[in-house]
Design a protein around this ligand. Structure first.
Ligand SMILES: Cc1cc2nc3c(=O)[nH]c(=O)nc-3n(C[C@H](O)[C@H](O)[C@H](O)COP(=O)(O)O)c2cc1C
Length: 380
C-alpha cells in the first residue's frame, strides 16, 4: 500500500544512511510526535469495510482480550520510554525489555547491522538498558497518568555478566522481577534465549528449574509467566523445557528469539562475516520460527499459549504463525524495513480476508486448513 511503499522507497533509504543504532534511536524519538501522521494514515487505510471486519481480529492472551494479535517484540523499547505511543501504530500489545537488574551499557559498538538484501538484522546489543528500578518507575508513571491504552508485558533477563550462574543468577533475575510488583502487566516473559550475552542462550534445564522455582515463589501478583525460547533449540531441549514449564504453571512460550545461524541469507558471505557474532532476525529466520511454533504446539498443555516471533512481515506471515498454533505474534525487524504503517496495512488485509471467509483470529489458532484458505484469500 501507498504509505509503506513510500517508506520502503524513500524514508528507509534516508534512515539507512545513518548508523543502525542511531537510526533506531532517532525513529523512536519521533514516535510520540508522529501520532497526527498516523491518524491521517489510519483514516485512509481503515475504510468502512475494514472497520466492520475489525472485531474478527480479536484474540485472547492469558484470559485478556487483545484488539488484534500483532504485538511489539522485546528489544524495540527496552526502557519503556515510548509505551504510551505504540498503540498509535495499532499494535494489539507490546513487550518491554529485556529488563535487567541494573543499568547496563551492553556490548561495545558497533553491535547492530542491517542486511538489506535479506531485509534482516544481526545484533549483539548485549542487554543494554536503564535497569529494573528506573524502568518500573517509568512504566508505573505512564500507567498512572492514563497514557497507556493497550496491554503491556514485561521481558526480564539475567544480567550480562560473566560467571553469573546458579543462585546468583536466580537472585539477579528476581531483583528485576520484584521491581515490577506494583506494575500493570499482561504477562512476564523470562528471556532464557538471548544469544548476545557472556553465556548465550540458557541450555540447562536445571538452571531453568531454579529460576522458575524462585520466580513462582515470588509471584504474589500471579503474573502469567512466559518463557522465550531460542529458535536454535534442539527438539530434546524444547521437550525438556515444556515438561518443566508444566510443573510451574508457566502460561506459555514466546517462539522465539534471534538465531545464531546464518542460513537462508542471500547477502554475500564476506559481508555477513564482517558483522561478526550476533543474533539474526527477519525473514531468514521465519521458517525456523514456524517449525518451532508447530513443535511447541504439539508438546504444550492445552491451556498454555504461544506467541510467535521471528521474521513476520506480512498478513500471510501472521496467518501462518497463528494457524501453526500461536495465539498472537510479535515483530521487530519488519518495522526497520517497512515502517510504521505496516501494522495497519497488515491488519486491514487480515480483517478483510477473515471477513471473506466468515471467520476470526480466534478460530484460526492451530487450524492449518483454515490458514491455507486465508493465505489463498490474501493472495487474490
Ligand atoms: C536490535 C534487537 C534487539 C533485541 N533485543 C531483545 C531483548 O532485549 N530481549 C528479547 O527478548 N529479544 C530481543 N530481540 C529479539 C526480538 O524480540 C525478536 O525475538 C527477534 O528479533 C525476532 O523477531 P523479528 O524477526 O520480527 O525481528 C532483539 C532483536 C533485535 C533486532
Amino acid at each position: 500500500m501507498l504509505a509503506t511503499w513510500f517508506y520502503r522507497n524513500f524514508i528507509a533509504h534516508l534512515l539507512f544512511l545513518l548508523d543502525p543504532e542511531e537510526a533506531h534511536d532517532f525513529v523512536l524519538h519521533l514516535v510520540p510526535a508522529s501520532t497526527g501522521m498516523l491518524k491521517v494514515g489510519r483514516a485512509a487505510i481503515f475504510n468502512d469495510a475494514v472497520l466492520s471486519a475489525w472485531p474478527r481480529l480479536q484474540t485472547t492472551i492469558v484470559g485478556s482480550k487483545l484488539a488484534n494479535p500483532v504485538g511489539v517484540a522485546a528489544g524495540v523499547d527496552k526502557n519503556a520510554r515510548y509505551v504510551s505511543s505504540f498503540h498509535e501504530f495499532d499494535f494489539g500489545f507490546m513487550e518491554i525489555g529485556s529488563v535487567t537488574a541494573n543499568l547496563s551499557a551492553g556490548n561495545a559498538r558497533p553491535r547492530l547491522f542491517r542486511l538489506p538484501q535479506d531485509q534482516a538484522v544481526i545484533n549483539r546489543m548485549g542487554l543494554n538498558g536503564d535497569g529494573a528500578k528506573k524502568i518500573a518507575a517509568r512504566l508505573n508513571q505512564a500507567h498512572q497518568s492514563g497514557m497507556i491504552q493497550f496491554p503491556v508485558a514485561l521481558n526480564i533477563a539475567k544480567s550480562n555478566l560473566p560467571g553469573l550462574h546458579g543462585q546468583a543468577a536466580v537472585a539477579d533475575l528476581l531483583a528485576s522481577f520484584e521491581q515490577f510488583q506494583n506494575s500493570n502487566l499482561l504477562y512476564v516473559t523470562i528471556n532464557t534465549s538471548c544469544p548476545n550475552t557472556h553465556d548465550g542462550a540458557l541450555n540447562e534445564a536445571s538452571e531453568l528449574r531454579q529460576i522458575l522455582e524462585a520466580i513462582t515463589a515470588a509471584n504474589s501478583r500471579l503474573f502469567p509467566l512466559f518463557l522465550k525460547l531460542s529458535p536454535d533449540s534442539s527438539d530434546e531441549f524444547m521437550q525438556l523445557v515444556v515438561n518443566l514449564s508444566r510443573d510451574y504453571a508457566v502460561a506459555g512460550f514466546v517462539c522465539g528469539n534471534t538465531s545464531v545461524t546464518r542460513a537462508r541469507l542471500t547477502t554475500e558471505a564476506a559481508a555477513v562475516a564482517r558483522c561478526g557474532m550476533g543474533g539474526l532476525s527477519g525473514p531468514p529466520i521465519r521458517e525456523r520460527m514456524l517449525t518451532q511454533v508447530s513443535k511447541v504446539f504439539s508438546l504444550k498443555a492445552a491451556d498454555q499459549q504461544i506467541i510467535a516471533c521471528g521474521g513476520i512481515s506480512s498478513a500471510a506471515d501472521v496467518v501462518a504463525a497463528i494457524a501453526g498454533g500461536a495465539s498472537a505474534v510479535q515483530l521487530y525487524t519488519a518495522l526497520v524495513y517497512h515502517g510504521p504503517f505496516l501494522i495497519m496495512e497488515m491488519l486491514a488485509q487480515l480483517a478483510l480476508a477473515l471477513e471473506k471467509e466468515q471467520t476470526s483470529v480466534a478460530e484460526l489458532v492451530g487450524n492449518s486448513g483454515l490458514g491455507q484458505k486465508i493465505i489463498a484469500q490474501l493472495a487474490k
